[in-house]
Design a protein around this ligand. Structure first.
Ligand code: CA
Length: 251
């Protein structure tokens, strides 16, 4: 297949991201969708952005492909002519196939979403959806899976191992307190995504943030002092003005 050159746009970011994910290997995506127009649209969006994708119009066909071949992500429609998407997802998990699954559904009802996640899906998108959203979700679930499988995450020279609870910057160990570690882990896990102070606080402290508190900013500065070892480079943790922080995965 032809690999498109990165575009200087929003999409360029995703191109960089997936290149970074797994040593420049092309990500493979399986699309299980019976509506031809939607299936073809997803297929061309993915191809355009450097993914390799396979489209199955039937549930059974998709399930078989998912079992015999290896994919980085499966985009799964719920209403298929021969099978329910939820059953496909359950079947895959029963067979210990842990490929990331994104449910694609017109059924925005909360029960459907909960059922999908209970069936072992990693995320969901409701129709209609934008290509940007689809690409962002795919990138996020693949990154999460890679993180879970490898046990450690490496972004922009920072390596964090949650099992050993160790952090290295450019190969050198850095000592972090428990809170600092949790903040860094959360930011890296969601690398490239802007997170609010409230999100960070609630994740790390597991309680509600007093809006007057600047504790998150204080801790972010502690982490920065420890991981920003090269003074000539911008901080690994970018301030998103009026919003919060983001772990910059492209410095
Ligand atoms: Ca359908």
């Amino acid at each position: 297949m032809i690999l498109h050159s990165p575009k200087v746009s929003y999409f360029g970011v995703y191109f960089e991201h997936y290149i970074h994910l797994r040593e420049k290997r092309i990500m493979r995506i399986l699309i299980i969708e019976d509506e031809k127009a939607i299936g073809n649209r997803i297929n061309s969006t993915l191809t355009e952005h450097g993914y390799s994708s396979v489209l199955a119009n039937k549930g059974r066909e998709g399930l078989e492909l998912a079992m015999i071949d290896s994919f980085d992500c499966i985009i799964l429609d719920l209403r298929l002519p021969d099978m329910n998407g939820l059953d496909i997802c359950k079947e895959l998990r029963l067979k210990s196939i842990d490929t990331a699954v994104i449910i694609l559904t017109a059924l925005a009802e909360i029960e459907q979403i909960v059922d999908g996640l209970n069936a072992g899906a990693d995320d969901y998108i409701t129709k209609p959806f934008s290509s940007e959203e689809l690409l962002a979700r795919i990138y996020a679930v693949i990154r999460r899976k890679t993180f879970q499988q490898k046990g450690s995450i490496e972004l922009s020279g920072v390596e964090l191992n949650p099992i050993k609870r160790k952090v290295k910057v450019d190969g050198n160990s850095v000592l972090l307190s428990n809170r600092e570690f949790l903040i860094l882990q959360y930011l890296m896990h969601r690398g490239g995504e802007a997170l609010t102070r409230t999100q960070i606080f609630e994740h790390v402290w597991e309680e509600s943030l007093d809006l007057e508190s600047n504790i998150v900013d204080v801790y972010i500065n502690y982490v920065r002092k420890k991981i920003d070892t090269d003074g000539n480079k911008p901080s690994h943790i970018e301030t998103v003005r009026g919003y919060g922080y983001r772990f910059s995965d492209n410095i």
